[in-house]
Design a protein around this ligand. Structure first.
Ligand SMILES: *Cc1c(COP(=O)(O)O)cnc(C)c1O
Length: 351
């Protein structure tokens, strides 16, 4: 194991990254919820990753992505997401800290109000990101596919003016981005070993797949499949196709690291029943668990990602699909800025 661990770390170090956030992120126990539910529940605070107060899981990916951008001599980054995208906000923040200009393309799943710009969109404005709002034609990926010509035209203009653009797809979920979560798995393994903790299961939200794919690749590299990995979907996608897309991205990430290992997907599950009614549409049940976590432990999650994932994990615990007395860890991926977004997104939390 020690050998595998140092090999994995060496492979990551060889590729290299920028230091953008505050790592390692803290791991601590949720005492009240643990005793209420007869499990040992821990949380890893990717929501407190920095670089600003409004951190989250994308910073880890950006440490690798923006290193690549700098190495390629780029001075501008393009990225894409919903109007209230956490990924877009974190990319804008991280880009500014390394002297890159953010250009952001936002699909309006929830229509923003010109006279009342909120939450992540407001932060994008403060950061001075060049902002383009696109009419939504379905999922964010579908909206972006429908607007490819606009991106290409803007790249041409910028190139003509002497700029070089680095393109980061939705969620930063490329093999380069996923390296951040290979590193997170290794970090978590070392933290749990230091605390004498044998984790039975790790749960987190999954959207554009880079987070869970990176974790899965990291787990494969150091061969600790006895720790189950559970992804809770935040949007509608065929579960079998979706799961395979995670495995494929994990495989490409391993290849990027120069590993010849095949992704081990035993003890890896994806649940597609907790995002309902849909992406960026609040669920009263998830909102109940957002209140439960806040009122028990003082921790805020959001109605789009981390709250739905936390709710999904709690349901698995209540149903005993995650057995009593298990050592469970929830990765808090961030997103609480959504609590300050449009009413359509926060639902009955204002009650
Ligand atoms: C993006 C995001 C996720 C999902 O991560 P992916 O790598 O896109 O699967 C989870 N939680 C929050 C708060 C996010 O912003």
């Amino acid at each position: 194991m020690t050998d595998l661990l140092s090999q994995a770390k060496e492979a990551l170090a060889k590729i290299g990254k920028l230091q953008l956030g505050f790592y390692p992120t803290r791991v601590h126990k949720l005492r009240k919820i643990s005793s209420d539910n007869n499990v040992n529940l821990y949380i890893k605070r990717e929501d407190m990753s920095g670089v600003s107060l409004f951190g989250g899981n994308k910073i880890r990916k950006l440490q690798y992505l923006l290193k690549d951008a700098k190495e390629k001599g780029c001075d501008t980054v393009f990225t894409y997401g919903a109007t209230q995208s956490n990924h877009v906000m974190q990319t804008s923040t991280a880009a500014r800290t390394c002297g890159l200009t953010p250009v952001v393309w936002l699909g309006a799943i929830v229509e923003p109000r010109e006279d009342d710009i909120r939450a992540n969109m407001l932060l994008d404005k403060i950061l001075g990101a060049e902002m383009h709002i696109l009419k939504s034609v379905g999922s964010t990926s579908e909206t972006m596919k429908a607007n490819k010509d606009k991106f290409e035209a803007r790249i041409k203009e910028l190139e003509a003016a002497g700029h070089k653009v680095y393109d980061i797809p939705v969620g930063g979920s490329t093999p380069v981005g996923a390296l951040g979560f290979v590193e997170a798995w290794i970090e978590l393994f070392e933290q749990s070993r230091e605390q004498g903790l044998n984790l039975d299961c790790v749960c987190c939200a999954t959207g554009s797949t880079g987070t869970v794919a990176g974790l899965l690749a990291g787990r494969t590299l150091i061969e600790n499949e006895q720790t189950a990995l559970i992804g809770i979907q935040v949007g509608k996608k065929d579960p079998a196709v979706y799961k395979q897309s995670i495995i494929d991205l994990a495989q490409r990430t391993l290849e990027l690291l120069g590993s010849d290992k095949k992704v081990n997907s035993e003890n890896f599950k994806v649940y597609d029943e907790f995002y309902v009614p849909g992406y960026e549409i609040p669920s009263p049940e998830a909102n109940n668990d957002i209140r439960y976590l806040a009122r028990s432990e003082g921790i805020f999650t959001d109605p789009v990602y981390s709250g739905k994932a936390f709710h999904g994990m709690m349901e698995l615990i209540r149903r005993k699909e995650i057995p009593e007395e298990s050592n469970v860890l929830f990765i808090h991926t961030g997103g609480a800025t959504a609590l300050f977004s449009e009413k359509e997104i926060i639902g009955d939390l204002v009650r």
